[in-house]
Design a protein around this ligand. Structure first.
Ligand code: KG4
Ligand code: ZN
Length: 361
């Protein structure tokens, strides 16, 4: 297959990223991947502020692209195509990236590929582990939560997702309720280690409903109620923080594991070589990973978890998705539009809610 060198650009949320990927579908290498996060800019606001994010992307993109080329030891003359996240995400940020990509494409006469951010995440296991199609994908981050059956570079079937908060968002909100630092996921995971997960009865939302849809907002409210009850008597003690962290994490694990089991049951008949892949910041959680290992084993599947730097938002996944899709689609023209919402699977029913990090698509 033809080898190509693609410059990728990502700016759909709070990470400004550029990367160079070289190769072809199922056989590509990351030459460079630069990610500048904006955590400090948004820290005072309790969430990503879209206007601040968009301005920061616009200011930083040029530098990110220059660094990605420098780290890859390449010049624009050696780039064959430009790939950019064209949605879904915070629209100001997506527009910043698309405009930057159009500028480079026009100046150099290069083909331009608008890529769906979720397709970038969903195709990453092929970049890192050359996982064969079809595979089951669980995207779990601060902004996403969905099960997908990935059957080709542009064939995604969404078989379930959250109807409200994404799990990472729930980890972050619960950490705030318990006066733990942000990001909440690692803080809760480490407190949970010393906690008693059984002390508080917390709900396992939607387990009683068939299918793979999930909900995490009620679980967060249940933690809030328990916390308020405890605080009527006293200030929250370290043991309370630990027990609530453990109880919350155990509930998230139970929901993800049971829904993954149902997703697996739907996916397993499609292939003998079975893989369940995870991506997103929440995939770093050891309790969640070990729960998913168990489900994978039940179905004779392999659990594939790409390295965290490629699991969280980055531009290498966008460049790679373009490499995968190139043989099957035409490039976009300079009329490429930025899209705040862009479901991967247009046939799946629309998802409710849109979290602090923008539309979940
Ligand atoms: O994919 P990601 O880096 O970014 C976006 O969603 O934009 O995911 C970040 C999310 C945060 O909500 C963070 O709390 C969560 O991933 N996270 C974790 C862990 N590490 C990060 N959640 C649970 N356990 C962890 N160890
Ligand atoms: Zn993402």
């Amino acid at each position: 297959m033809t080898e190509r060198t693609v410059l990728g650009i990502e700016s759909s949320c709070d990470d400004t990223a550029a990367a160079v990927v070289r190769g072809s579908a199922g056989a590509a290498a990351v030459m460079s991947s630069v990610v500048q996060n904006q955590t400090a800019l948004h820290a005072d606001f309790g969430g990503v502020v879209p206007e601040i994010a968009a301005r920061a992307h616009a200011e930083r993109l040029d530098d990110c692209v220059a660094r990605a080329l420098e780290e890859a030891q390449l010049t624009l003359a050696e780039i064959d195509a430009i790939a950019v996240t064209a949605g879904p995400g915070l629209i100001g940020g997506v527009v910043s990236g698309v405009m930057c990509a159009k500028g480079i494409a026009m100046a150099r006469g290069l083909p331009l590929y608008g890529v769906n951010h979720l397709a970038g995440h969903a195709l990453t296991p092929r970049l890192t582990d050359a996982v064969p199609f079809p595979y089951l994908m669980l995207l779990v981050s601060g902004g996403h939560c969905q099960f997908l059956i990935v059957s080709g570079p542009q064939e995604f079937r969404r078989i379930g997702g959250t109807i409200d908060d994404a799990p990472g968002e729930a980890f972050d909100k619960v950490a705030r309720l318990l006066s733990l630092p942000q990001p909440g996921g690692p803080a809760i995971e480490s407190r949970a280690r010393d906690g008693d997960a059984e002390r508080f009865a917390l709900p396992r939302p939607l387990l009683d409903r068939a299918g793979c849809d999930m909900s995490f907002s009620g679980l967060k409210t249940a933690v809030l109620r328990q916390r308020d009850k405890l605080m009527q008597a006293n200030a929250l003690k370290a043991v309370d923080q630990a027990d609530l962290s453990a109880g919350f994490q155990a509930a998230v694990v139970d929901v993800l594991v049971e829904k993954a089991r149902r997703a697996m049951a739907e996916y397993a008949p499609l292939t003998e070589i079975r893989s369940i892949c995870i991506a997103g910041g929440v995939a770093a959680n050891k309790a969640i990973r070990s729960g998913l290992e168990t489900v994978a084993a039940e179905f004779g599947a392999t659990l594939v978890a790409p390295p965290l730097a490629l699991c969280t938002d980055n531009a290498a996944m966008i460049a790679y998705a373009a490499l995968e899709q190139m043989p099957h689609r035409a490039p976009d023209g300079l009329t490429l539009a930025a899209r705040p919402r862009w479901p991967l699977d247009a046939t799946a029913p629309a998802m409710l809610g849109s979290g602090k990090k923008g539309a979940k698509a």
